[in-house]
Ligand binder design. Structure first.
Ligand SMILES: [Zn+2]
Length: 131
């Protein structure tokens, strides 16, 4: 299970890279304050799933750590990515979504994987039918 520090570092690094990419697309130099904000948002967002569902055991993963939420985040990211005129607040939203998504991607690669609300529902349904 990745540690809080690992999640945070990946998210912060992602925030900084997204900021660098954004300044290039905007055709302007970056500034330290904006870079720090992007780094902080990325790090914070990458810790968020475990703040909602603290990693006290391998079974702590619920909706905040689910494949369904990962899918929904991906849809929001697609919508944001298709905007040609991204402003700084769009960039922050994108970093937040990607930071959160980075946490899910890292947890997905663990033996326990992510929670599946649909899978859980189908499992319970099949159990009831079998009884
Ligand atoms: Zn987690």
């Amino acid at each position: 299970m990745p540690s809080k520090k690992q999640h945070s570092e990946v998210g912060a690094s992602l925030g900084l890279k997204e900021y660098e990419k954004w300044t290039k697309t905007q055709g302007r130099p970056g500034n330290l304050a904006e870079a720090i904000i992007c780094l902080a948002i990325g790090g914070w967002a990458a810790e968020l799933p475990d703040r909602i569902e603290p990693g006290t055991s391998p079974d702590h993963r619920g909706l905040a750590h689910s494949y369904e939420l990962q899918f929904i985040l991906g849809r929001f990211l697609d919508d944001l990515s298709n905007k040609d005129d991204q402003d700084f607040s769009d960039l922050l939203r994108q970093i937040g979504l990607k930071g959160y998504g980075s946490h899910l991607s890292m947890d997905q690669r663990t033996p326990k994987g992510l929670f599946s609300a649909i899978g859980n529902f189908l499992e319970r349904l099949l159990d009831r039918i079998a009884k």
